[in-house]
Ligand binder design. Structure first.
Ligand code: SF4
Length: 281
């Protein structure tokens, strides 16, 4: 059995948390450049140019891409032939996040109690951890600093199986029509279909980690992704919500088996600052 020390997890999570906040993924930058070539609206075009300049400034000046450095969502694929020693996984991840946000001067946005106290925890912890046990002895950690502007635009619907593809398309487009302009477009939209009440949103969130421009391997879901992208961009919200062709850079759909009586559909919206960084132990 391989032994992995808590210290290794802390160091990796700290590094990934800082990297994710400072450096935009290549596919995001390329997608914004592609959108720049397509956008006809002058205001929309100006927003895209500002976003590209912001990416360069953040990289050059080592500043966060956005003032909202998000809640730390951490996906862990843990090889079941490895054992963590010295501390628990949650404690190790929280220490890594804490050190990144305090020592890296990232904005701390987490409050201890959602309804009454709402007192800032001071170090952006606790992180939200999603753990999968996988084969082998390697560990893969992905840190996603997720801003709340786009989380607030996300939604879940427990549709009826009879609603079918039309029901899914109507739900997704109505969510974006109502809330998309407040989520800092251009958006990347994750859609999770199937499972149950808690698994559909997680599918949607995981789908945001796919490279922008990638397509579902199932041709039916690939067509659905293309259709949803067309419908959402047809809403005309545009970059920054100022009007234009590019409301979303992409729509990713993931699916899983569900119950005979249900059709859960979750929409997890990401703003233009789709930040994530991956590392391995
Ligand atoms: S929604 Fe995204 S771009 Fe807008 S403030 Fe939040 S993190 Fe920043």
């Amino acid at each position: 059995m391989r032994r992995i020390s808590s210290r290794e997890v802390v160091e990796l999570v700290k590094r990934l948390s800082i990297e994710a906040n400072l450096y935009a993924p290549i596919d995001l930058e390329e997608s914004l450049r592609g959108a720049e070539a397509l956008e006809a609206s002058p205001y929309g075009l100006a927003v895209l140019q500002d976003l590209l300049e912001n990416i360069k400034l953040a990289q050059d000046e080592k500043m966060p891409l956005c003032q909202d450095c998000g809640m730390a969502v951490v996906f862990v694929d843990w090889g079941q032939e490895a054992v963590l020693v010295d501390s628990s996984l949650q404690e190790s991840i929280d220490e890594g996040v804490s050190r990144a946000y305090v020592e890296g001067y990232l904005r701390k946005s987490v409050v201890n109690d959602p309804l009454y106290d709402r007192k800032n925890t001071g170090d952006n912890t606790p992180a939200i951890v999603h753990l999968r046990l996988v084969q082998g002895s390697e560990v893969e950690i992905t840190v996603v600093p997720k801003g709340m502007g786009s989380e607030n635009a996300s939604a879940l619907a427990m549709l009826s199986p009879a609603d079918g593809e039309e029901g899914v398309v109507n739900f997704v487009t109505s969510v974006i029509a109502q809330k998309g302009q407040n989520a800092c477009p251009p958006l990347i939209i994750g859609v999770g279909i199937g499972g149950n009440f808690e698994s559909a949103p997680l599918l949607a969130k995981r789908s945001l980690l796919r490279p922008i421009g990638s397509r579902n391997e199932d041709p039916r879901y690939e067509r659905l992704e293309e259709r949803l992208l067309g419908e959402v961009n047809g809403l005309g919200l545009g970059p920054g919500g100022y009007g234009g062709k590019i409301t979303a850079l992409d729509v990713h759909v993931e699916y899983m088996p569900t119950h005979i009586a249900g059709l859960p559909v979750a929409v997890n919206v990401s703003c233009n600052a789709l930040r994530h960084a991956v590392g391995r132990l």
